[in-house]
Design a protein. Structure first.
Length: 64
């Protein structure tokens, strides 16, 4: 993949908080609460917190 190519949001393995809010329909504050309650997994890379797509999909499927 070329560096200049952009990857569509639905193809990414991890999403920024704003992106996760947009694709899930959940608010940023709800996402942060779910992260704090350990119901949603994220990784921190540098100063950026990324929500793992598989964790977000699993949460939405189970309705936790």
């Amino acid at each position: 993949m070329k560096r200049t190519e952009t990857v569509r949001t639905e193809e990414r393995l991890a999403l920024r908080i704003n992106e996760a809010a947009a694709v899930s329909g959940l608010s940023r504050s709800t996402l942060y609460k779910l992260l704090g309650a350990k119901k949603l997994r994220a990784v921190k890379v540098g100063g950026r917190r990324l929500i793992l797509r598989e964790s977000l999909e699993a949460l939405l499927q189970t309705g936790a």
